[in-house]
Design a protein around this ligand. Structure first.
Ligand code: FNR
Length: 344
């Protein structure tokens, strides 16, 4: 295995061991029970929309496993098959290596090959040029393009980027230059309302808050080296709080995606009622695939979709837009944070 492929596999194994500690803030949020829902499970509709793109369900498989190599190809193929079988969208991991080296493209192309009609998101970092963005989209005939922001992950890596200037300018050019909606995403440190406002002002159609509390790239990178920058290990905006921050910008028309440490239908329902239109799961689903089986992964996704319908029934919400209006009570640190920030 070459060095980069080896690093990706190390990422996966560390991600699976550090990502599931339930620190995303959802346990500090509860729904107000409704005793008279006046609807039946059969009439619940899960379909939703982000950045003008229709999704049959808010749940999707978020970006993982970039880079070439047999191992990543196999994982991508399994994830793509699971997305197809359960009719949910899927994002691929960063395609930059394949944009630069065509020999690596097959570990991404497989995702479109096995899931011909599915909704697939391309993925690149914010260093990408417009041409690279177009190549990534074309490579997998993507329906949307994710651009990830990973400042802290880069800083924790000794060989990582140190220059984060002009990102908004590059993003604006990409938004104007590609023909699919652009989803700007974090990778586990969350987004503030100010960052989301800046992104909405340059025309970004959707943000994925990629909040703190699940997969933790500071811990992953720190686990791999002697000089530990542990001050970044607890850094970030918890996912639930970040969705509430981001949602203060919803009037601008930007769609909000919740992700970071999500594990079940209740987390997704809470994310939606905080203002998200969709929810991405990464580490939790990968763990099931790698440590258990493909069959269990498919079962789990189907169960989450079904559970979401039962939760929506209990709340009397027949659509995702009704669920966005469901009343919530926020406790503890999440409440404290949002009060300090003047967000109710
Ligand atoms: C990721 N993530 C990620 N994100 C991205 O935009 N491009 C990428 O290439 C990757 N690669 C990657 C590899 C692995 C092994 C994991 C677990 C994750 C980040 C991912 O999409 C998500 O933002 C975070 O993992 C937080 O969500 P979870 O894992 O807590 O659900």
């Amino acid at each position: 295995m070459d060095k980069r492929a080896e690093r990706k596999m190390e990422h996966i194994h560390h991600a699976l061991s550090t990502g599931q500690r339930r620190l995303s803030g959802f346990d500090e949020i509860t729904f107000v029970h409704s005793s008279l829902p006046d609807l039946s499970v059969d009439c619940i509709e899960l379909n939703t929309k982000i950045g003008g793109l229709f999704l049959s369900s808010p749940l999707f498989i978020n970006a993982m496993t970039g880079g070439g190599g047999e191992e990543t190809l196999k994982i991508n193929e399994a994830l793509a098959n699971a997305a197809k079988e359960t009719d949910i969208a899927i994002a691929v991991g960063s395609q930059m290596s394949a944009v630069k080296n065509k020999n690596e493209a097959k570990s991404y192309e497989i995702v479109r090959k096995v899931n011909e009609k599915g909704i697939i998101f391309a993925n690149l970092g914010s260093e990408a040029t417009v041409d690279q963005a177009k190549t990534a989209v074309d490579m997998i005939e993507a329906n949307a393009l994710q651009i990830h922001l990973n400042v802290v992950q880069e800083l924790v890596m000794p060989e990582g980027d140190r220059d984060f200037t002009n990102v908004l300018k590059r993003l604006e050019a990409i938004v104007k230059g590609v023909e699919v909606p652009v989803i700007v995403k974090e990778v586990g440190f969350g987004m503030s309302r100010e960052a989301v406002r800046q992104l909405s002002e340059i025309g970004v159609q959707a943000v994925d808050v990629g909040g703190y509390g699940g997969t933790n790239f500071s811990r992953i990178e720190n686990n791999r080296r002697e000089r530990m920058m542990t001050y970044f290990d607890n850094w970030g905006i918890p996912t639930a709080v970040s969705i509430a921050e981001a949602s203060t910008n919803r009037e601008s028309g930007i769609s909000i995606v919740g992700s970071g440490g999500m594990q079940n239908a209740l987390d997704i329902a809470k994310a939606v009622s905080l203002g998200a239109s969709a929810a991405g799961l990464a580490g939790y689903l990968l763990k099931i695939l790698i440590e258990d089986s493909y069959e269990h992964l498919v079962q789990e996704i189907q169960m989450i979709k079904n559970d979401l319908k039962l939760i929506m029934t209990a709340l009397g919400c027949k659509s995702i837009s009704e669920l966005q209006q469901a009343p919530l009570i926020i406790f503890g640190q999440a409440h404290h944070w949002l009060t300090e920030r003047g967000i109710d």
